[in-house]
Design a protein around this ligand. Structure first.
Ligand SMILES: [Zn+2]
Length: 390
């Protein structure tokens, strides 16, 4: 029977080893794969290393490193476990794998750069367990969500489900702008609020609901009217805007400001039994003005306050908006960029329409002039007033 020493010798004969010095030289072009146990990794690791404990290597590595030609430096504490890991990677078809002799202990002893990686608390591991089971999210993705900032325009029909799901998913900062108070007639669809909050500011009610659900979330409230005078300051620093506003002037305002700040907007709208959602990714896909260059005439655009809407409908569209926001934050899948998803509740059908970027778009087109953030009047028709002093 072979001893572990014999096995190691056999494996080492079949892999390439490099020194810590050489590994540091290759850091820019290589992926460091740390195969130690979680408690070892949490004590300190090579910055940027991908952590897959040896016991999960076979089951997880192909999900996390799909390209078999990726240059990989396998690394453990001493170079022993990672030697076996390097052999396994070769057997899995990875063609450019080396083992770092001496492991992290030597690396650290030699004074090479390392840091204690940010990790989730036990409570967070439990709360986000179903996210962590997805290799596409995992600890790194969850931390990304916790570091993310999403701004919700409106704490109403669309904003309610979007805010609830974003908070539940652990989006660390959720900004909410709304200047209304909770009215009993809101409760038919605005599920952030409840009877006890009737008469309260909507942003305060929203904050109570969200923080009661997930204490990880910092809810930043803006109890103001969104206007040309404040929009650039308010949206600054947010990663994604979820637009649940219900009128054309605000949508144009949001569009122009988000182009200036290059912040993607997840757009949603609802009317009676129908809803729509799409993503405007500045200068990557079409913008709102590409899709709707001019608002429909007033007689065809019923005032938002008067239009009927079936109660569940905003739940569906707002949830789609939350999903698109999370996909954007994590770089997952195909966002609804250049596609308009239309939902018909009576037919119970979804259809997708292509939306093209308009080269002649006055806001994002090739010959568009500088973007002016202008004030519009209160009707559902934009009438640019003078631009605010910039
Ligand atoms: Zn455009």
């Amino acid at each position: 029977m072979a001893t572990s020493r014999d096995l190691l010798a056999q494996v080492k004969a079949q892999i390439t080893e490099i020194s810590t010095e050489e590994a540091q030289r290759r850091l820019d072009q290589s992926l460091v794969l740390d195969v130690r146990e979680p408690d070892e990794y949490e004590q300190g690791a090579i910055p940027g290393a991908l952590h897959i404990p040896r016991g999960h290597l076979e089951s997880q590595v192909e999900g996390k490193v799909p390209d078999h030609a990726t240059p990989i430096i396998a690394q453990c504490a001493s170079g022993f476990r990672s030697a076996f890991a390097a052999k396994t990677l070769q057997d899995l078809g990875y063609t450019n794998v080396v083992n770092m002799a001496g492991g992290f202990n030597r690396w650290k002893d030699e004074g090479r750069p390392w840091k204690a990686p940010r990790t989730l608390t036990p409570e967070q591991r439990n709360r986000y367990h179903r996210h962590l089971l997805l290799p596409e999210v995992d600890v790194a993705g969850q931390q990304k969500l916790l570091d993310s900032k999403v701004l919700l325009l409106g704490a109403g029909g669309l904003g309610s489900p979007a805010a609830l799901y974003l908070a539940a998913a652990g989006v660390g900062t959720i900004g909410i702008i709304d200047m209304d108070v909770v009215d009993e007639s809101n409760l038919q669809r605005q599920i952030l609020h409840n009877l006890d909050r009737v008469g309260d500011r909507k942003v305060d009610s929203a904050k109570k609901t969200l923080t009661a659900m997930n204490p990880d979330v910092d809810v930043v409230t803006y109890d103001v009217r969104l206007g040309a005078d404040n929009i650039l300051d308010i949206i600054d620093g947010y990663d994604v805007i979820v637009d649940g506003t219900d009128n054309f002037p605000t949508r144009y305002l949001v569009n122009d400001a988000s182009l200036l700040k290059r912040i993607p907007v997840v757009h949603g709208s609802i009317f009676r039994f129908e809803g729509q959602a799409t993503v405007f990714n500045p200068y990557v896909g079409p913008c709102y003005r590409c899709m709707i260059p001019e608002p429909p005439p007033a007689e065809l655009a019923p005032s938002c306050a008067e239009a009927g809407v079936l109660g569940v409908l905003p739940g569906i569209i707002g949830s789609l908006q939350a999903m698109e926001a999370i996909k954007l934050l994590l770089g997952l899948g195909d966002p609804l960029v250049g596609r308009l998803l239309a939902y018909d509740a009576l037919e119970e059908s979804f259809r997708t329409f292509k939306v093209h970027r308009d080269p002649e778009c006055p806001a994002c087109g090739d010959n568009a002039g500088p973007i002016v953030i202008a004030e519009y009047d209160e009707l559902c028709m934009p009438h640019p007033k003078e631009a605010p002093p910039s």
